[in-house]
Design a protein around this ligand. Structure first.
Ligand SMILES: Nc1ncnc2c1ncn2[C@@H]1O[C@H](COP(=O)(O)OP(=O)(O)OP(=O)(O)O)[C@@H](O)[C@H]1O
Ligand SMILES: O=P(O)(O)OC[C@H]1O[C@H](OP(=O)(O)OP(=O)(O)O)[C@H](O)[C@@H]1O
Length: 230
């Protein structure tokens, strides 16, 4: 068998992951045509590259279908219940930094903290007859965060992309999304609550705790981890 290494199939995360491994003597490359999701590994034996959506890597690790995977900590912690029992973080890779934050319209001048949001949520419900809507794709993380903060008078609405646009489109009053430069929030007239973020995320190399390994797999994994110093 071989050790399967899952890497994001496109964009910044893929390129920076290839660079990170390359700097450590392991060459990852896409092979075939631009559109073919095939890859090759040079510099160490017994490792197979699997190109996947970053969002699917947590599930594949948890199922043990890949042995190692690179993805954001946000996606692992959102998608896996008791994530630390299913995967082990081996190394933070130092890129793909993004904070999961809560943001409200700039014009909500009295709302800057979670306590303010709690008060605004109660007032919103009284005035409108329904709960303030927070658009997000990070349901588990946001629900836990608001529960710990004692905020209850809200509802989550699912948004799988362009989340900052939901306020302008009147499908939500607030958003919980990742931000890096802050440009998207600013452009959509939203401000971040002055609190610790829900989560600080970055690209991380994870090991599956559920993958079956034979003797040759163990040897290949040890050789790779030695090279990567993780
Ligand atoms: N603007 C950004 N700056 C830095 N990191 C980001 C940014 N946007 C997303 N990320 C990170 O990149 C990772 C991949 O996010 P994304 O949601 O694009 O993956 P995905 O849902 O698998 O995408 P797709 O399905 O289009 O392949 C996440 O861990 C996220 O935190
Ligand atoms: O703070 P910034 O540097 O502006 O980056 C933040 C944006 O990046 C991500 O979106 P992405 O580009 O992945 O598109 P999406 O809306 O489809 O998630 C995220 O969802 C924000 O919208």
């Amino acid at each position: 068998m071989t050790i399967k290494l899952g890497v994001p199939s496109k964009g910044r995360l893929m390129e920076k992951t290839f660079d990170w491994f390359g700097e450590r003597g392991v060459t990852l490359a896409r092979t075939g045509s631009d559109r073919e999701y095939a890859g090759a590994v040079d510099g160490v034996d017994g490792i197979e590259l699997v190109l996947l959506s970053a969002g699917e890597i947590p599930r594949e690790l948890a199922a043990g279908r890949i042995n190692l995977g690179v993805t954001g900590t946000d996606l692992v912690q959102e998608k896996l219940v008791q994530w630390d029992q299913k995967v082990e973080p081996l190394a933070e890779l130092g890129f793909g930094h993004a904070d999961l934050i809560l943001a409200v319209p700039n014009c909500w001048v009295d709302v800057n903290t979670l306590d303010d949001l709690d008060a605004a949520a109660a007032a919103f419900r009284t005035e409108h007859g329904f709960r303030m809507r927070i658009a997000t794709k990070y349901h588990r993380l946001v629900r836990n965060y608001l529960h710990r903060a004692g905020v209850a008078d809200y509802q989550l609405v699912d948004s799988q992309g362009a989340t900052e646009g939901t306020v302008k489109n009147l499908t939500a009053e607030a958003v919980a999304d990742i931000t890096s430069s802050g440009e998207t929030l600013r452009a959509n007239h939203l401000k971040i609550l002055e609190e610790e973020p829900v989560l600080r995320s970055q690209a991380t190399l994870f090991r599956s705790r559920n993958a079956r390994l034979d003797a040759s797999d163990r040897a290949a994994l040890t050789a790779l981890r030695d090279l990567l110093a993780v």
